[in-house]
Ligand binder design. Structure first.
Ligand SMILES: C[S@@+](CC[C@H](N)C(=O)[O-])C[C@H]1O[C@@H](n2cnc3c(N)ncnc32)[C@H](O)[C@@H]1O
Length: 273
């Protein structure tokens, strides 16, 4: 039987690993942990040691946390065993037995994780927006409260601005691929949004819809009210600073209560009780 080598030649997309690409293009675990360390110390006057990363995916943030200090301990929680297995193999499998005792990856729905005593719980890259009903998000905030120490804190991120509800495709070039963020649909009646991440390669091949997100675009005001109703006594909004000279966002975030209504913005909410 003749071989069909020319037809079966594999493309870059065939050999691409979507989690590798995600970590490289979406995440900046170093900056996230800088923020967590600094704000915890600033607000609590001691160093945070125990972190739970909810919706942890590949647990890249957990890895950065345990690398920072040999007293640091991390728990990662994700509902998808496949992504946890990938993260364990990449970030933790080759660590010493001693270091491995400082990481625990749990395959669970974050709503069912039970109580704990962490310094910090973080839910970033807007993952908690998968809880689109008010009562369900309130249940999540209440369960987080039951898993924090008395001086613990919850860290959430958010995005918004008038571009956030538009249909758009944004391309960002990396050395070996192009990252594409697509806002495919938004329903202003219930604020549900459908987004995709695609990747494109130099040979023209693509990983279309490598990741799909269907979530509610929550407003900052709604989130803060819900945090209060769920037992947190205060929350701070950290707004990303802007460099006027370079016309680009800085990596610093400042506590603010009044800002301009720009086309797009991101930031963090830190909740305490
Ligand atoms: C956008 S990824 C976030 C990955 C990583 N935390 C980050 O910052 O980029 C969302 C993750 O949430 C997980 N997930 C979705 N619903 C969940 C739930 N109810 N409980 C736990 N994990 C959930 C998915 O499996 C997925 O890995």
């Amino acid at each position: 039987m003749p071989r069909k080598d020319s037809q079966s030649k594999s493309t870059i997309a065939d050999n691409a690993d979507k989690y590798e690409l995600y970590e490289e293009s979406v995440q900046c675990a170093e900056a996230e942990i800088d923020f967590i360390e600094e704000q915890f110390y600033e607000l609590r006057g001691r160093h945070a040691r125990s972190l739970r990363e909810d919706f942890c995916g590949t647990a890249r943030v957990c890895k950065e946390w345990i690398d920072r200090n040999n007293k640091n301990y991390a728990v990662g929680v994700d509902i998808d065993q496949t992504v946890l297995d990938w993260g364990y193999k990449k970030h933790f499998l080759s660590l010493s037995q001693r270091k491995k005792t400082r990481i625990n990856l749990i395959n669970s729905d974050v709503l069912e994780i039970g109580n704990g005593a962490h310094d910090v719980i973080c839910a970033t890259n807007f993952s908690y927006w998968c809880f689109s009903e008010r009562n369900v998000l309130a249940d999540y905030f209440k369960s987080v409260k039951g898993s924090l120490k008395n001086d613990g804190m919850l860290i959430l991120d958010f995005y918004g601005g008038h571009d956030a509800t538009k249909k758009l495709r944004e391309e960002t070039k990396y050395d070996d691929f192009v990252y594409i963020w697509e806002q495919a649909d938004f329903n202003p009646i219930n604020n549900m949004q459908l987004c995709y991440i695609h990747f494109k390669f130099s040979d023209g091949s693509k990983l279309d819809r490598a990741f799909t997100y269907s979530w509610r675009l929550w407003s900052i005001k709604e989130l803060r009210e819900l945090l209060l109703e769920s037992g947190f006594s205060q929350s701070y909004v950290y707004w990303q600073e802007w460099d006027d000279d370079k016309n680009e966002a800085k990596s610093d975030f400042t506590i603010l209560e009044k800002v301009d209504s720009d086309a797009s913005w991101i930031g963090y909410i830190v909740a305490l009780f």
